[in-house]
Structures are given as C-alpha cells and as structure tokens.
Design a protein around this ligand. Sequence first.
Ligand code: ADP
Ligand code: MG
Length: 420
Amino acid sequence: MYRQSRPGDNRRTRSPRPNGGSGGYRSNRSGGNRGNYKKNTKSNIDYRKFINKAIAKEEDTPYVPENTFHDFKISPQTLANLDFMKFTTPSEIQDRTIGMSIDGKDVIGLANTGTGKTAAFLLPIITKLTYDRTGSGVLILAPTRELAQQIDAEFKRFSAGQKLFSALLIGGANIGKQIQQLKRNPQIIIGTPGRVQDLIRRKALRLSSVHTFVLDEADRMCDMGFEKDIRGIEAELPKDRQTLCYSATMTPSVRSIVAEFMRDPEMVSVVRGTSNEHIEQDVVYFNDKEHKIDTLIELLEKAEFEKVIIFGETKFGVQRLADRLSNQNLPAVAIHGNKSQSQREKALHKFKKESVPVNVLVATDVAARGLDIPNVSHVINFDAPKMYDDYVHRIGRTGRAGKSGIALTFIQGRKQPQNR
Ligand code: ADP
Ligand code: MG
C-alpha cells in the first residue's frame, strides 16, 4: 500500500532503501542467512512450517449435486425466486441437508465459510412456513449483527411474494422498533443472542410457539462468548421442535450444545481441508526490535500490501504497534481484548470500508476470533503464533474465493555479524 502522504512529512528517520529489492522478504537493510535460523525463539513451531512456496492449485473439479432445487419439496414461488437469484444448482451442503431438514430431522451441517449454509437452512424453513404460518415459529441465532442482517436479506429474497415476515433483533439498533416489529407477529425471528435475551427479559419476545430453532455459525457464537445466552434462550423454547445447527468447525462447545439441544441429529460434514496449500507462505527475518518494525514498515509501503492483517501476541503490543504505524502515516486500527465488542466492530468497519484509508488491522488471536474479517491480501504474523492451530486460523483470513493470499511470519534470527 502507499503511505498516506501528509504535507511536510519527514518525521521518519529510517535510512533510504538501497537500490531495489534483493528478492524474498528479507529487509534490505540487513539480510539474514536463512540457514542460520533454525529456531524461532518465541514459538516452538518449526519455522519451516511457515514456508510454502509451491502453492497448490485450487481443486477445479466442481461438486456434482445429486438433486436439483426442484427435487426438494420447495414451493413454486420460492423456486421462481431461486431462478431469479441465479441459484441454478444446490451447493454440496445444500444438496446433502435440505432434504433431511424438510423431512423434519435435526441436522448438524458442517461446511467451510462461503459454501451456502444460509440457504441450506432457510429453504427448508420457508417450505415449512408455507404450510404453517404461526407467528414466532422460527428462531435463528447468528453471532454478529452483520450476519443476522445477511440472513434476513436472504430470507426476504427467497420468500418474496409469499407474505412471510421477519423480525431482525440485533444490538445497536432501536429496540423500540424491534418491539413494534414483534407485535406484528412475524413468522421468523432472526437475531444475535444478546439482543434476543434482552427482549425476552423485557417480555417483548415469547418463544413458546417456536417449532424451528437454528444456530448459525455455532462455533463463532461460542468463540464470542454467547454460550450462556444461547443456553438461556434455549431454555425458553418448547422441547418439541426441530433444531438445525450450522458451523464451520466442530469445537468442544458446539459439541456440548448439540448434545444437549438436539434430538437424534444427522450430521453432515463437507468441510474441506484447511486452505493452507493455496496460500503462499514465507518467513521474514529480523535481528532486533527496531529492525523488526522497520522491516514491517518497509513491507507495508509496498503497493501490493493492499489490505493487511497483522497479528500480535499481547493487547498492549497490538495497540502500540497500531499507534506506531498510524504515526508513520500507515493508518491502522487495533482489535484486542481491552476493547469492547462494539469497539472491535467499529475498528473492523473502518478497516473494511473502502472510503476510509485504513488498510492495516492489528489484532490478537482471541479478539480476531468470531469477527467477520473480509479477505485480505496479506496476513503478517508480527509475533509468531504459539500454536500451529492459531497459525492456521490466522492465515485462513487471506487467500479466499479463488484468490491466492500471502502469509508472512516474522522470525528472530541471530544478531548479524558486523562485517557483513
Ligand atoms: P456460508 O454461510 O456457508 O458462509 P452463504 O450462505 O453466506 O455461505 O453463501 C455464500 C454466497 O453464496 C452468498 O452470496 C449466497 O447468496 C451464494 N450462494 C449460496 N448458495 C448458492 C447456490 N446454490 N447458487 C448460487 N449462489 C449461492
Ligand atoms: Mg453463514
């Protein structure tokens, strides 16, 4: 990315770069000898696991579905809406779960992000609602406001022309209006756990007629600390109901929720291996703190570093780094545990929004979890992760949707010999 130039900006004291780059991601100021750096002092992970230069091609054999949308007992109006939306064939998770959900089974659907889980549960629900239009019959919980909004938008498109109504219950929006919406007796309620709990407490929301309960992105809801809210909400629901749970991963929390909430569920997993092979990965060597930050700045100034997430270890380190970069005219926002959920969402919004010149997000692992972070050009592990699992999580933020992403991990080497 290009630095935001401010008039009279000459505060930076780094020496200018010697002519051109020397290839790779080594700082031009003092390169390291790769062979010398077997050990990464902070992380016990073998640094070679952070390198992958032979990027595998995305699998290009498309999934061949067994069903068409017309094979399911979906209403003709919904089928027409699907045609209009150019949903020609079901995705794998849709192909394999829509039928059993329409049959009334409890279903656990595991699939990677972006594979069409929303339609996988909405289409059976809309089908059910064409026969049973009871108010507050369906409750869908999602981890973030944005995701709840997306579900509501998809619901409106799939159900267009069928006089089905939804209420969207999310934090940060006027609760009075939501109470009004609920008075109109909508068939389907979509919300985030916190706000839904709030409306139950205010006696504006009664869940005694819910026949279908959906947990969307269950892993993220648990990661974000909503487990208790979810349990509280579930306690208000009739036991005789259908429960659908969609998630990208099967974490211990999801497993325990599923065991308690669901009756004889069918589990369908179409999770594909982590996309690491499609991500170009390399290490960046540094000698000491100052060299480390100079090297980072040098990288961020390159045009191809368009949208970058930098991972750091501590809350303070992350905030300090974001401030330092901002002072160097590389506007950055930070998300970490000392910020509230709404502050994190706000920072993320700045990072996402094209018109705001913030192209760097600095984050801790925990804070980044559960946030809907868009595709980024680069993930930089300024502090190497302690566990390989965290590494996989981190770098999965780049290289989605057919684009190849780049992940770089900073590795401390020995002090460079003076006569180099
Ligand atoms: P997930 O919840 O698994 O992350 P989404 O339900 O948000 O994925 O779907 C990702 C995108 O793919 C959405 O824009 C959605 O409209 C689109 N999509 C889903 N299913 C189909 C389909 N069968 N045909 C075409 N587009 C689809
Ligand atoms: Mg989803």
